[in-house]
Design a protein around this ligand. Structure first.
Ligand code: BYC
Length: 479
């Protein structure tokens, strides 16, 4: 078989062609990545032509190229945002010193762990979503799912590049392990909780893309502040792609809400299930679930890990360089919500150990903006209902609230009350069964399933009836 020219095949701006050692490492890893993609990537669509964007540069004027591609042939590239001349570390004990181009020896283990944790989420989400293509509500949505999937694959490449380029043998071993763990596998699970949950249907997928990808945005933004410049530059470019993933989630839920409201108006009822829609109560329960498991991804409210990452200059705050404080945080405090006595109180805690909570606060504010936009859709239909973000203590498995039962409006409740009211607060098996019953594929160009409204516009200026995925491609008759 002809040898693949990896330097050519892998679009990159890291001078791959000049780095023999790195090329060799990636040459060894790539076939195993492709094995993983074939085994765990989108089920049933590997031979189909999909209208995908591929990152081909980091040029703000046009970094992406749209074309038909079979997913296993996607050109997963390696891109770092342009270096900032004279960039210095913005926070922590090394503040003001030049950023590192190589891994500082004393932070090697910590940095590797951060990169591996970030990297692990990327293939995990592809695994969680692999079956969804079979039940797509439209070709447009199918294409968006695959776009998200290939870009999560590229984000894995981004982290594997850092591991191979900067962490020697340990890095190569970690890159292998990233292909071996599996979402939801009891023996070799993915690292973080939310990435071992099921994404059973498209409502869950849109919620995941809105809430969990948004955790990605905030974590990447915090890592983009890192004093380790290659990590910073990698994350900066990843954030560019991440925006589309959150759009898929926000617009997806917005379209479900839109359809629900139309059915409510048309049939003068809240009970749109009888008319093939997803009732607002079910949407709220899905929202409660995905918001709460995504909050856990920020770690404990009080975390010495977070303090150490910051002091060492490895992971900053959201928009660190825009903040006007001392960027050391040794003498400041931050408001943290925690259980106190019979209730819940806001107390002042040292700012350094509260950094996870601060990032979570930024995240919650951003989530609220999206939920407000969904509520605008409801209001526009003259319907007196609102979707609400639950209290931060609701349904938590990590941190201050993990031992407590907290209602969505922030009351501490007994186990008995929790058990009794849980079916109102979190998706029930009946909800999942009902939503699953709606998941019938709709693949005629320009057509949409009955539980979701069409989007406002197509992808890359294409019309709605565009054949975003060529389902007839790749079949034996075409061979
Ligand atoms: N599940 O001090 P603590 C994305 C562990 S999403 C399981 O509370 P820390 C994407 C923790 O590891 C963004 N374990 O927290 C989205 C630690 O373990 P050790 C992913 C958890 O360390 C959609 C212990 O509990 N990126 O990109 O300050 C699709 C105590 O930890 C969890 C990152 O996460 C959990 N939820 O912060 C595709 C950025 N939470 O040390 C992609 C990199 C905590 O006792 N990671 N633990 O063994 C980090 O910055 C940090 O690891 C965390 C945790 C923020 C996750």
């Amino acid at each position: 078989m002809a040898r693949v020219d990896y330097a050519e095949r892998i679009p990159n701006n890291v001078s791959l062609a000049d780095n023999r050692r790195l090329l060799r490492a990636l040459e060894e890893w790539q076939p195993r990545y492709l094995d993983w993609w074939r085994e765990m990537g989108p089920d049933g669509f590997q031979a189909k032509d999909v209208y995908l964007r591929t990152a081909i540069s980091v040029d703000a004027q046009g970094w992406a190229h749209f074309d038909w591609v079979k997913m296993p042939e996607y050109r997963w590239g390696i891109f770092l945002a342009e270096p900032e001349a004279g960039r210095t570390i913005a926070f922590g004990e090394h503040k003001g010193t030049p950023v590192w181009q190589d891994v500082p020896g004393e932070h090697r283990g910590t940095l590797r762990r951060l990169i591996v944790t970030q990297g692990d989420t990327e293939p995990a989400s592809v695994e969680q979503q692999r079956h969804l293509g079979q039940t797509t509500p439209s070709l447009y949505d199918l294409r968006n799912l695959f776009q998200v999937n290939v870009e999560e694959g590229r984000h894995l490449w981004a982290m594997v590049y850092l591991l191979h380029a900067h962490f020697g043998r340990d890095g190569r071993e970690e890159a292998e392990s990233l292909l071996q763990r599996r979402s939801g596998d009891s023996d070799k699970p993915r690292i973080l909780g939310a990435f071992n949950e099921r994404t059973p249907d498209w409502l869950a997928f849109f919620m995941f893309s809105f809430f969990t990808d948004r955790d990605g945005k905030y974590q990447l933004a915090a890592l983009a502040e890192s004093g380790f410049d290659p990590l910073s530059r990698t994350c900066r470019f990843m954030l560019t792609e991440e925006a589309h993933h959150m759009f898929v989630g926000e617009a997806g839920i917005g379209r479900v809400v839109q359809k629900t409201c139309e059915l409510m108006r048309e049939h003068k009822t809240d009970d749109v299930r009888r008319h093939g829609g997803i009732d607002l109560a079910t949407i709220q329960r899905y929202l409660n679930f995905h918001f709460s498991v995504s909050l856990d991804l920020f770690g404990s409210e009080i975390s010495t890990n977070a303090a150490n990452f910051y002091t060492a200059g490895l992971k900053g705050r959201f928009e660190e360089t825009k903040k006007t404080d001392d960027h050391l945080l040794k003498d400041s405090t931050y408001s943290v919500t925690r259980p106190e006595g019979e209730g819940i109180a806001i107390v002042q805690e040292p700012a350094l150990t509260s950094l996870n909570e601060r990032l979570r606060d930024d995240y919650v504010t951003d989530c609220q903006r999206g939920v407000d936009r969904w509520n605008t859709v409801i209001k526009r239909h003259g319907i007196d209902a609102v979707l609400k973000i639950p209290h931060r203590g609701f349904h938590r498995a990590i941190g201050n609230f993990s031992e407590l039962r907290v209602s969505p409006d922030g009351g501490i409740v007994s186990q008995a009350e929790w058990d009794a009211r849980k079916p109102k607060w979190l998706p029930t098996s009946d909800d999942y069964t009902y939503v699953a019953s709606l998941m019938k594929p709709v693949v005629e160009p320009g057509k949409f399933a009955g539980w979701i409204a069409p989007p406002a516009r197509g992808i890359n200026g294409q019309p709605m009836e565009f054949e975003y995925v060529k389902l007839a491609s790749g079949e034996a008759s075409h061979g």
